[in-house]
Structure formats: C-alpha cells, structure tokens
Design a protein around this ligand. Structure first.
Ligand SMILES: [Zn+2]
Length: 414
C-alpha cells in the first residue's frame, strides 16, 4: 500500500492510496470511507442493488467478531472470505469488532482479547487470531489490541496496560506473520490505544510507528466517555506523532460534523456504519454538503433547510445528538405522520435510486407496515448521500473551501 499526499491544508490530508489489495490493483482517495458490511454484505442490499449506489468505497469492512464463528468453514473452503461472500474483487479490511455493536467491558487480559460473535464470547490469543486471519485472507486487518477503555472513566494504570498489551500483541502478530505463508500479502494495521491519557497515547503512537505496520487505527474514540475537547486534543497530539506516509483510520465516528473535525486533525479513513444506523431507525440522511450553492437552486435548498428546522423544533425533546443510537440533526424520520402524504423524494435533487423512483409517503407506508423494502430503499439513499459527502470533502479540500463545507454541515449540527 502506498499513500501519495497531494495536499496538506491546516492538518487536513488529501491524497490517494494505491496498491491496496493482495492483487495490488485498486486505489482509494482520502479522506474517504470504507463500505460497512455485516458478514460481508452491505446491510439490506444484494450485490446488484449495491451497484445502483454511486460512489461505493473500494474497501469493504468486515469484522472479526462476525466471522470468527465461521473460521472452521473458511478453513475448509481454503479460498478466503472475499470469494466466500461473493466479493472476490473487493479489497477486504477486517476490523476486530463491529463498530455498531458495543462489546461488554472487562474481559481482556495479558494473553487474550475477547470478541463477541453470534455464539457469544470468543477469547483470542495472538496465535488463534493470526490462524483465523490466515483463513479469512483479508487485504488489511486490524491487529489484535486491548481497546477496552471506552466505557466510563479509566485509570492511568488501565490506560498504560492497554498500550503495553497492544504493543505486545502487535509484536507477537508481526512475528507470527512471518511464519504463516497465507498472510504474507496481508497488511497489518497497528492500533493506537491509551484511553484519555495523553502520555500513554503518545507512547502508543511513537512505539507503534516504529513497527512495520501499513497504517494506524486511532482506537477508543467512539462513545461518549471522553469530552469532545479531550477527544480532539488527543487526536491532534497523536496524529502529530505519526509518519505522514501511512494512512490513519478511525472507527465509530460517523456524524458529518465529527468526521470533519477528525479530518482537520489528520484522520484519513472512516467507516460507514453511520448511514446504516440511520437506516435502522427508519430515517433518511438529509444534510446539505454542497459548499458552493448554485444561486438558482439556493432557494430550494434554503426551503429544505427551513423544513428541517421546523421539524427539529417539533421533536426537540427526543433528540440527543451525541449518542449513535439516537436520532441526529442530519436526518429526518420517515416514520412520522407528517410524511404520510408527502409525495416528494427524500431529498430534492438526489440522484439515488430511491429518490428517483419513490416518495416519502411510500417509504412511510413501508415503514409503518414493516415491509423489508423500507430498509433496502433507505439504505440505498443513505449510503449514496454519505458517500457523496466524502466526495464533497475531497473536492472542498482541492478547492480550499473546507470552511464553506463546514459552515454548511455545522448549520445543521445543533
Ligand atoms: Zn436519495
């Protein structure tokens, strides 16, 4: 994997990652996102319906927690997870946990990290972890690490332990990789831990950067245990310690305003579980990422904006912007009765399959009658809207207009 940075503006990195896969062909622009999958398929969508979505990321994210139960079958299959799930041409990245699912705290120790599969808890030693990775055959994978620092306040001692254990797992995995022929072409992404303790975060960054990893995951920033200020300060300090030529990933950060804050602090790659979470609550993404409004369409957009404000006022008591499970100001809830006779698309001017062919009223009907098609259509729109947002971030960076984009996005982030 090779990262070519074309521009760095005020900490934001614009560039292209090439030689992504074991086959070495695909490339990806950063800042960008991964395709969130569950068991290898985009939620609600078949391979064919996913093709209707514009801007689908080239790298698909799978989680070890959903694949671990399957490792014996994959070992027998021998040809790797990508072919098994029917995505032989995709670049596969295997993360340790599913970013949507919170793992119970308190189960990691010096020798093992617990992940939670369909059948319950699975204890991973470095050796078991690498054996399973060998049968999955991912292009990239998150190294085994102790990221159990998310729930509530953690002590300095616990933060130190998370760094020590993660470095020790990394060394063990790097050594095992040399002995496993099936993993020679897979890239290990090192994990930066340390909770909210700056000193430990810096040690984790410096030490991980000394090892031959392909990139870095900034772990433990999901959830609401840390204040926003602490999170952003830590991110700035950590990325300053990392080599420029390797990509930085983050999991569980998906709100558009938070994505932009991370991009400004040198983060390159995000996951796309946010549009999935929005879909699961019967909502559609509805935020403006146009940073240079066309004067002719501006009036329409302003009208749209007014609609959102009106709706926000009506349901302000139910909205808690910080929790991933709660509705945010970047979406509209199609279950609400107000959409029963709204025959317009989810977002005016959206070119997705759902908005081109169906109305809010129809989606409302599908949701209240519990039809599975509701999830399919909402996922189509939400993915395309979200991937379009990342394209807009890159374009805005190219044109030095990130401030305008931020203004546009933050005007909705109340
Ligand atoms: Zn749409």
């Amino acid at each position: 994997m090779k990262l070519s940075l074309s521009k760095i503006v005020d900490g934001c990195r614009l560039g292209t990652l090439t030689n992504l896969s074991r086959k070495g062909v695909q490339s990806m622009d950063i800042p960008g996102c991964l395709l969130y999958t569950r068991m290898g398929s985009a939620p609600h969508l078949t391979h064919d319906t996913l093709q209707t979505v514009k801007g689908v990321p080239v790298v698909a994210q799978l989680s070890l927690s959903t694949l671990a139960d399957l490792h014996e079958v994959l070992a027998e299959y021998k040809e790797g997870a990508a072919k098994f799930i029917g995505m032989a041409e995709s670049v596969l990245y295997c993360s340790l946990h599913d970013p949507v699912i919170c793992s119970p705290p308190g189960y990691n120790n010096n020798k093992t990290v617990s992940i939670w599969g369909c059948g319950g808890r699975i204890e991973m030693t470095a050796s078991k972890f690498m054996t399973i990775q060998q049968v999955i055959q991912p292009d990239w994978f998150q190294c085994l690490s102790d990221g159990d620092t998310i729930a509530g306040e953690i002590s300095k001692k616990r933060a130190k332990k998370s760094v020590d254990r993660s470095l020790s797992f990394l060394d063990e995995c790097l050594q095992l990789q040399e002995e496993l022929p099936g993993l020679q072409k897979s890239l290990i992404i090192g994990v930066i831990e340390g909770g909210d303790v700056l000193e430990e975060r810096l040690r984790s960054a410096k030490e991980t950067a000394k090892r031959p990893v392909a990139g870095f995951i900034l772990d433990g920033f999901q959830g609401s245990a840390m204040t926003k200020e602490t999170k952003l300060q830590l991110l700035s300090s950590v990325t300053a310690e990392l080599p420029e030529e390797k990509p930085r990933l983050i999991h569980g950060i998906g709100r558009p305003d938070e994505v932009l804050e991370c991009v400004e602090r040198g983060v390159d790659i995000f996951d796309s579980c946010f549009p999935y979470q929005v879909t699961e609550r019967g909502c559609a993404l509805f935020f403006n990422y146009n940073y240079q409004p066309d004067p002719e369409t501006e009036v329409i957009q302003e009208n749209g904006q007014t609609d959102v404000r009106k709706e926000d006022d009506e349901k302000s008591e139910n909205v808690t912007p910080s929790g991933p499970q709660e509705m945010t100001h970047f979406e509209i809830c199609l279950k609400e009765k107000r959409y029963q006779d709204d025959f317009g698309p989810l977002v005016k001017g959206c070119s997705c399959y759902c908005c081109q062919n169906h109305s809010c009223a129809y989606i409302h009907h599908l949701l209240v009658t519990n039809e599975l098609l509701a999830g399919v259509l909402l996922m189509t729109h939400n993915f395309q809207h979200y991937f379009g947002f990342f394209c807009s971030i890159r374009d805005a960076l190219k044109e030095n207009k990130l401030d305008q984009l931020k203004k546009s996005v933050n005007s909705q982030a109340l």
